[in-house]
Design a protein around this ligand. Structure first.
Ligand SMILES: [Zn+2]
Length: 94
């Protein structure tokens, strides 16, 4: 299942035994989630609100999804943070 959290080796990352969590960065998961919310809103148009709880991107310290999308986006974020510390922007690298 490509939507599941992945470890560095590409296997499913299971922070809790017998639980598979999904990666919010996977486009298929995001599309499914949007459809799920649309179904709820269509079925319950008078709904006053929803509690989405807090999604977990990092588990137990440094344990995080390392799917291809997360690795790319987290890597880009780390690069931006390093450049910011140096007083630079990505445009300075062009
Ligand atoms: Zn991911």
């Amino acid at each position: 299942m490509p939507w599941r959290l992945k470890n560095r080796e590409g296997a499913d990352l299971m922070p809790l035994p017998d639980h598979h969590f999904l990666c919010a960065r996977q486009p298929g998961f995001a599309a499914w989630w949007q459809g799920f919310l649309k179904d709820i809103l269509d079925r319950y148009p008078d709904l006053d609100g929803m509690d989405f709880a807090e999604p977990a991107a990092v588990w137990k310290g440094k344990l995080a999804c390392q799917c291809d999308i997360c690795r790319k986006e987290i890597g880009a974020g780390l690069l931006r943070a390093m450049l910011r510390q140096l007083g630079l922007t990505p445009r300075d690298l062009e």
